[in-house]
Design a protein around this ligand. Sequence first.
Ligand SMILES: [Zn+2]
Length: 444
Amino acid sequence: MEEGIVIYSADLTLPIASPPISDGAVAVRGSRVLFAGKRPDVIDDLKAMGLAYTERRFGGIIAPGLVNAHTHLQYTGMGALGSFVHKDFHEWALAFNDVYEPLVKASNPPWRDWALDGARRLIESGTAAAADVVTNPEAADALSSSGLDGLAYWEVINETNEDWADCKRSESEHRILGHIASFPRIPGAGISPHAPYSLDKLPLLELPGIARRNRLRLHMHLLESPMEKEMDDPCRQYRDWHSFKAKDFSLMRLGGNGESSLRYADRLGLLGPDCHIAHGVYATKDDLEILRKRGTSTALCPRSNFIAGLDEPPVALYLSEGNPIAIGTDSLSSSPSLDLMDDVAALSALAKKQGYGSVDLPRRLLAAATLGGAAALGRASGEGRIGCLCPGALAHLAFFNISAGRGESGVNEALSELAESGGGKCACTIIGGEIKYQAENTWL
Ligand SMILES: [Zn+2]
């Protein structure tokens, strides 16, 4: 049976994988994009193919559904923590644990309700897919139950060498895979080894292998805190992590070992095109070169860094060096909203402040929030392609209330407005061809 075709047309359509289209349209058949183009061309082509269609007209911008490349939906109820700027990361972490620890022990923890609330907020702000880090199993089905695409990453944190030595090794692997087996199969799962300062070396050595043997993607926090950066005055005897036998993360907590946590993670084989990292605040030019060589994307989360008392991510350096980037909101425990466009705006302001003067800034940041996120999740190609409006991609669409004038200047102005102040302007979100959210009076 032929599925009905819907044309979504607007002032401006952003396929991302091809140039912006004034008076554009995207034709959707079932769950997939058929093709996008100038509205009259799309209509002519459908007629030439003998295909019937209905049309929905929108007075704004159509973009691919956003991809939030780093969040923890289960912490959506911790908004009080994310509503003010903390003195430093240590103070933020203490405040976080003061809220988290009692809840873990509670008989009826709120994780699932909070995660579902977070998922709703994502959808209402134009997000179609997310990398959701799950620390407590109650929150595992938030993406699936909300109809969001993406990956739920099971977080592994505070595990020691003893947990992974000899006889306990297979037990630990079994425990992790048991949790992931209980996740909904759709949209998919991965493993998130939290960070090099919260895991000993043995689990960090084992987890990539477990992920790769089980076709799971990897995601970790890296270079988020100052203690992870390369030290000017390294403690030489601990320079080689591989020869250091004690609890490595305790050393990191004491002030680092001379090399960056990224270089350490790289030595352990954690990085690669099947892994993306969150934050990368303290990355040097050398760190960025390693990330490029390994094909590893970085999810920048500028508002979270600000709230958690950290420095700003060097987005201008990421852009000028040509590193693959994505964008994440992180959770409401360190961010004022789950609207990814607010982080796009924050990055736009930071990039300019840091001296990135190229006119391509809005396009590059909008690509990071869509196709860049797809690449981070391993979804930028093939049958599961998302983050763009190209033929055959899954029909994830976001509609923004920003009107666009004709011609090159009209397009550029609209792109700047979307990148600089797109937060709160989502009118409709379509995931896999289905309308998941729509404001009143969306269609003309
Ligand atoms: Zn995080």
